[in-house]
Design a protein around this ligand. Structure first.
Ligand SMILES: [Zn+2]
Length: 394
């Protein structure tokens, strides 16, 4: 049976009660720059003793340092500001698709150092290919020894504790202990995650989670999925398969879905399905084509995306009522159509969300090809540095 090893002192995970303050301090320094301990305590509503202890720990790990003398501003009683050491730790993130791997290296403050896209075949020695990608990325760095972890995001169900891919239909992997094998090849902690969960995990430490302990991350791409973050933790569900928001039924008489059921949200809002069912589709209908057609007011494409947005909003509204979480992030390739989906989406939410869950906060993230890899890197940073986890797959 696979489990997290915590037998060695330096790899002992940070206790849960300290995780939040550690994450908050790192996040605050990344966002605001150098701050005194007193200012950190004030900004985060933490006790002075907690901040002093956490800063001491982070300093011992080399993650933060006192700003050199002479650079602290202000008169009166000296208050030495603390600053993040961004290159104290580097993580490498891999976003895997059936034909390519996007690789990024990320600093402690979330800044991307470098990124690349390399060809990939999931069925030919994937561990060897991925080890080569990571090794090459490390060789290109000024300080390769500072790489503390590797994060990988894949589409599919993943056992996050053992970094094992339970099933990935797009990569044709099943019960694949990718994390453990790659960790042995690289001698570095390797964290494997579902792509949406990786993005949600990244948001906890390096995104919206800095201000919200609870939020929903709606993923609009080839699959329609949702990551639920409750009290700064991702809800994985038994078997790691809780993301399947797209298979919520919206019409019992609707078309057959890939899952075998009828009228799932996926049938209407999945990227491929959305393009195929658009008015006047052509074999090459793209997001750009559809967006251009929907830009004509009153056009069939405009009405079509309005209806789709409303369906998404109504489904999400039910989830907001169920969970009581009203902070929402929208991400994924299909957000390229957001200007056309937004009105319907907001209408759908207004029609369904109970009054006491208002106001809703909706943040739409711009999607790029590197987003999967960035999510994977942020997830690895969160696990390895913020949570102080190590040996995830041993
Ligand atoms: Zn379905």
């Amino acid at each position: 049976m696979l489990h997290i090893s915590n037998t060695r002192q330096r790899h002992r995970p940070t206790p849960a009660s300290e995780v939040v303050s550690r994450a908050e301090i790192l996040g605050l320094l990344a966002e605001r720059g150098p701050l005194s301990r007193g200012e950190i305590a004030k900004q985060l509503g933490l006790g002075a003793a907690t901040v002093t202890a956490q800063v001491r720990n982070l300093m011992a790990e080399g993650m933060v340092r006192d700003l050199p003398a002479g650079q602290s501003a202000g008169a009166g009683r000296p208050k030495v500001p603390v600053q993040l050491v961004p290159d104290a730790a580097v993580v490498i993130g891999l976003g895997i698709t059936p034909r390519s791997v996007v690789v990024v290296s990320m600093l402690l403050d979330g800044e991307i150092l470098a990124s690349d896209v390399v060809p990939f075949s999931p069925d030919k020695d994937p561990v060897g290919q991925l080890a080569a990608v990571v090794t090459r990325q490390m060789q290109d760095m000024a300080h390769p020894g500072r790489t503390v972890a590797v994060g990988i995001s894949v589409s599919g169900a993943v056992d996050e504790n053992s970094s094992t891919v339970i099933i990935s239909a797009t990569l044709n992997w099943e019960n694949f202990d990718l994390g453990q094998q790659l960790q042995q090849a690289l001698d570095l902690p390797v964290f494997v995650s579902n792509d949406l969960f990786a993005l949600a995990t990244r948001e906890i430490s390096f995104g919206l989670g800095r201000r919200h302990d609870d939020f929903l991350l709606l993923g609009l791409g080839p699959g329609v999925g949702m990551g639920i973050v409750n009290r700064r933790s991702v809800f994985y569900g038994p078997g790691g398969a809780s993301t399947e928001f797209g298979h919520m039924s919206v019409d019992p008489e609707g078309p057959r879905c890939v899952c075998g059921n009828r009228g799932c949200l996926q049938v209407y809002a999945g990227l491929k399905e959305l393009l195929a069912a658009a008015p006047d589709p052509t074999p090459e209908t793209t997001l750009d084509d559809l967006s251009a057609r929907a830009s004509v007011p009153g056009s069939p494409a405009s009405s079509y995306l309005d209806r789709t947005g409303r369906m998404l909003g109504r489904s999400l509204g039910g989830t907001v009522n169920l969970l009581g979480i009203s902070t929402i992030i929208v991400t994924g390739e299909t957000t390229a159509l957001w200007e056309h989906l937004r009105n319907g989406f907001e209408q759908g939410l207004q029609e369904t969300v109970l009054r006491f869950h208002h106001p809703l906060t909706i943040t739409v993230r711009e999607w790029t090809e590197a987003e999967g890899a960035i999510g994977a890197a942020g997830m690895a940073l969160h696990n390895a540095v913020v949570l102080n986890r190590s040996d995830p797959a041993s």
